[in-house]
Design a protein around this ligand. Structure first.
Ligand SMILES: [Zn+2]
Length: 352
């Protein structure tokens, strides 16, 4: 059973889908359109622009790839077309998956493409004119793709620790509650410059507290760019999953707590290799040359596998399975942990 339980919508727009949408919606920006040649770029030409060429500790390289793909967020229907393609493509290589939706950044990007400063919009306008239509469009795209393929698709709402505006996030949280029935949980994500790369702003935690009665299953990206203390701090919010969390391997006590509380680590091998190469090498050196996934399994921590952002990372869930297998990961245990986590999230085991 192939279940991809850590995947982001913004990182799941393939070059094929982006060029299709650029043609359909006539998006003639330099990313998609070769002005001197008077033609749209080929998916192959675009792929080199939106895929990381090599590992780097500089996360801005990854972010630039995401920004280029987001150039296609020119309208709600364009976002819908991209979402339908992303859901169908994920379905083609899995038996089920969970997609994470960064609603704030998608709304902000759409507004910026209309040459409006998002900060000039009142929170209610930000939400009603942009965020809610995007959320409804993505939910409809999911429902459509799920019906067409028969592959179960979970949707999780991600809130970024970049936390640009408390009033706008508060307005966003009110519509998230209204549409909670179409979602499976909340995620905290986002990359912040040092010194604290994985902060948990107090006001964001308060917003999460207000949302959790409606969406109890919380996952938090932690222990990816920062050390094990970031995972420890995160555990005070009682998440059921930790995005990445590989730095937990720095602390025996952290590993024991994760195992004891049966918290699932969402491990994305190619993502780690590309985004945190120096930290990854140090973790592997400290664990007999074993990859984090294998070392975490040895510490009795529940782990699932994720493709994270397949387009900028030039990977797929299929590739992640091969990478894990080649690294000596216990694949039966990985599959059992994925079924266990799916059941925890949805309340029912995945259909075989
Ligand atoms: Zn992630």
């Amino acid at each position: 059973m192939k279940l991809d339980l850590h995947r982001h919508l913004e990182g799941s727009h393939s070059a094929d889908a982006l060029i299709d949408v650029a043609r359909e919606f006539d998006i003639r920006t330099p990313t998609f359109y070769d002005e001197p040649a008077a033609r749209f770029r080929t998916p192959g030409e675009l792929a080199t622009e939106i895929t990381m060429a090599a590992p780097t500790d500089d996360s801005s390289v990854f972010y630039r790839c995401i920004v280029k793909a987001r150039a296609a967020y020119v309208s709600v229907p364009a976002i819908g077309a991209l979402a339908r393609a992303a859901f169908r493509e994920a379905a083609a290589e899995t038996d089920g998956f969970e997609m994470r939706l960064s609603l704030f950044s998608m709304a902000r990007t759409l507004i910026e493409h209309q040459r409006i400063d998002w900060r000039s919009l009142a929170p209610n306008e930000f939400v009603e004119r942009y965020a809610r239509p995007i959320l409804l469009e993505v939910i409809a795209a999911r429902d459509h793709a799920q019906f067409a393929t028969g592959t179960p698709m979970l949707l999780r709402l991600g809130l970024s620790r970049t936390f640009e505006s408390e009033p706008h996030y508060r307005a966003l949280s009110s519509i998230i509650i209204e549409h909670a029935h179409a979602l499976v949980g909340l995620d905290v994500l986002g990359i912040v410059p040092p010194p604290d790369t994985e902060p948990l702003p107090t006001a964001l935690v308060a917003i999460l507290d207000g949302l959790r009665p409606h969406l109890p299953d919380l996952t938090i990206h932690a222990g990816e760019f920062a050390g094990h203390a970031s995972v420890d701090r995160t555990l005070s919010l009682s998440p059921r999953g930790i995005g990445h969390g590989v730095h937990a391997l720095q602390s025996r006590a952290t590993l024991e707590r994760l195992a004891r509380e049966e918290i699932t680590l969402e491990v994305c091998p190619t993502s780690n290799r590309l985004l945190i190469p120096t930290a990854l090498a140090a973790l592997e050196r400290a664990h007999g040359g074993h990859t984090p996934l294998r070392a975490l399994q040895a510490a009795d921590v529940h782990c699932i596998l994720g493709s994270d952002d397949p387009t900028p990372m030039g990977t797929s869930f299929r590739t992640e399975l091969e990478v894990a297998r080649a690294a000596g990961v216990d694949m039966a245990r990985l599959a059992a942990d994925a079924v266990r986590r799916w059941t925890e999230i949805t309340g029912v085991p995945p259909a075989v």
